[in-house]
Design a protein around this ligand. Structure first.
Ligand code: TXE
Length: 533
């Protein structure tokens, strides 16, 4: 296999190549371990100033950064497309627009999501006490994203971290380093304080150095294998981690679904970004009575798609992001064929430029019928433009097949019966389940994102994601601080009798039962007051 690498990079350099053309997009220096450590130290200093800022100041920075992006939408989209291979329009629709929305949302709403909240402490309140939660930032947030959404994922997480009062160090993927550098430039242009948001460049070693430098949180997007390594390394410093580890997302189509819409959704859900989305439709389960009809519709729609270099506006499917990813897809399609499934369309490399000497990274969108869950590529993440279709007979079977996976990131259910859709959705083991929609909810920054099972730990986005970036502090106030508490020392038989009352009356949560304890409580408190005198 020919290599996309045309000229040797220097040892301390990362070269970024356009997967569609093999041309060099640019180079960045590889940050050394020492540089990463220094970045985290400086980040901590920046944090101590930033944590004192008001939400208004934080919002102003985020909104200025938004303006910088708005002024450069096409340029940023071309850079994303050049480094990742995805179509230019898709870079706008699926990365830039959603992250701009996330920025305005958290810019405006972080303050109210994080505002101090009173807690209902039940009968303790009758003793003149109250409790509230206030949220403190964590410190330095280290972000280690993958290459598939190189702009929106790290930028969205960075914005949420900054709004919560943290500082940020991002280690972009080695496949898309210049998009990472661009994020740094955006904040620089927006006038971010020095070292508040830093970019360190490099491969997995730089990522490992960032984890070892003991930031206060790691936000990671990537494979299960690397996620486990990061969790283990982070444990040495008790650094908490949020892991987004991909999926094998099922789409269930019932016989009462709008088939035209379901077919369009399946095509987009499986093939956008060449299938390299963690929430791509990777398995389609259709009721056997409509399987042929739906498959035919999907094949027709797939045939209409134009594939080519991502910088063209009429292209729907660009190049895959790396040789490694292409090899996985080829291997999975081969395994499907060998196991007896049928390739309805696609199933091979798409020749774009026959004279090119570099490895062609375009793979045709591929629809496969006759798939079953015992075929290996129905279990492993493909992360490519393949859509295997399997059938089911009953609702229970559809749910069982969908849940038969180590992953559980997203899923979708297609039916005109909304209550059935929601009933099925609740039984699917996945962090997000759509009824009559696919894939796009990562774009709704207001909603939590994260997986069940091996799809990850913790959440990004939504109020739940913001809470990952703060530590709660409980403040408890006794407004009735004139008498000692009945449970204080010294103990006595009156004390023990009172404690029994706590267990049998107060701990029921019943005001009526607790009121029976008042005489005993008074005796006990009087005992303590007398002793003091
Ligand atoms: O991911 P890695 P890769 C899946 C997809 C794909 C597979 C591998 O199935 O085929 O993962 O992709 C950094 N300490 N997803 O190789 O290795 C690395 O530099 C710290 C799902 O790209 O996990 C990069 O920045 N960091 C997915 C990031 O981790 C380390 C998106 C991801 O790299 C490190 C992409 C280490 N020891 C791929 N080793 C999703 N969840 O959406 C590597 N890195």
């Amino acid at each position: 296999m020919a290599s996309v690498i045309q000229r040797e990079p220097k040892v301390d350099e990362i070269v970024s190549y356009n997967p569609a053309t093999g041309e060099e997009v640019g180079r960045v220096g590889q940050s050394s371990e020492g540089e990463v450590r220094t970045a985290v130290e400086r980040s901590r200093e920046a944090f101590h100033k930033w944590k004192k800022t008001s939400f208004r100041e934080r919002r102003a920075l985020v909104m200025r950064a938004r303006e910088v992006i708005l002024a450069e939408v096409d340029g940023i989209a071309h850079l994303i497309s050049a480094e990742s291979g995805k179509p230019f329009g898709e870079a706008i629709a699926m990365e830039i627009a959603p992250v701009l929305d996330l920025m305005q949302y958290f810019g405006r709403r972080a303050q109210s999501i994080l505002k101090p909240k009173r807690i209902n402490i039940g009968l303790y309140a009758t003793m003149g006490r109250y409790s509230k939660i206030v949220h403190h930032p964590l410190g330095v947030v280290g972000i280690i994203p993958a290459w598939n959404y190189p702009f929106s994922i790290p930028l969205g997480e960075a914005v949420m971290a900054l709004m919560a009062g943290n500082s940020v160090v991002i280690k972009p993927s080695e496949l898309t380093p210049l998009v990472g550098v661009k994020i740094g430039e955006i904040f620089e242009k927006a006038g971010a304080p020095e070292d508040l948001i830093q970019i360190v460049s490099g491969d997995g070693r730089t990522g490992a150095a960032l984890v070892d430098a003991a930031p206060d949180k790691i936000m990671f997007t990537g494979s299960v294998t690397t996620g486990k390594k990061i969790a283990a390394a982070a444990a040495k410093n008790l650094t908490s981690v949020v892991l987004e580890l991909g999926g094998k997302d099922p789409m269930i189509v019932f016989d009462d679904a709008n088939l035209e819409l379901a077919a369009g959704a399946a095509v987009w859900g499986a093939f956008c970004n060449s299938g390299q989305s963690c929430s791509s439709v990777e398995r389609l389960y259709v009721h056997e009575s409509i399987a042929d009809k739906l498959t035919k519709l999907i094949v027709e729609k797939t045939r209409e798609l134009k594939q080519g270099s991502g910088d063209r506006e009429d292209v729907s499917i660009g190049a895959m992001s790396s040789e490694r990813q292409l090899e996985i897809v080829q291997d999975h399609v081969k395994q499907f064929r060998e196991a007896g499934a049928k390739v309805e369309i696609g199933g091979r490399i798409s020749i774009q430029n026959p004279k090119s000497k570099i490895q062609n990274l375009f793979y045709e969108p591929t629809v496969i019928s006759g798939a079953t869950n015992d075929m290996l590529p129905m279990q492993e993440e493909t992360f490519g433009p393949t859509l295997p279709i399997a059938t089911f007979k009953t609702e229970a079977e559809a749910i069982r097949l969908a849940n038969d996976s180590e992953f559980g990131l997203t899923a979708s259910v297609w039916t005109r019966d909304y209550s059935k859709g929601q009933r099925v959705a609740r039984q699917i083991e996945a962090g997000s389940v759509c009824v009559n929609e696919v894939l796009y909810t990562h774009g709704i920054g207001q909603t939590p994102w994260g997986g069940f099972k091996n799809s990850g730990r913790g959440r990004t986005h939504g109020a739940e994601g913001l809470m990952e970036l703060v530590q709660p502090q409980h403040i408890h106030v006794n407004r009735f601080a004139i008498l000692p508490d009945a449970w204080w020392m010294p103990y006595s038989s009156t004390a023990v009798e009172t404690f029994r009352g706590f267990a049998t009356k107060f701990a029921t949560g019943s005001m009526r039962k607790t009121s029976l304890l008042i005489p005993q409580l008074a005796r006990r408190v009087w005992e303590l007051v007398r002793k003091k005198k």
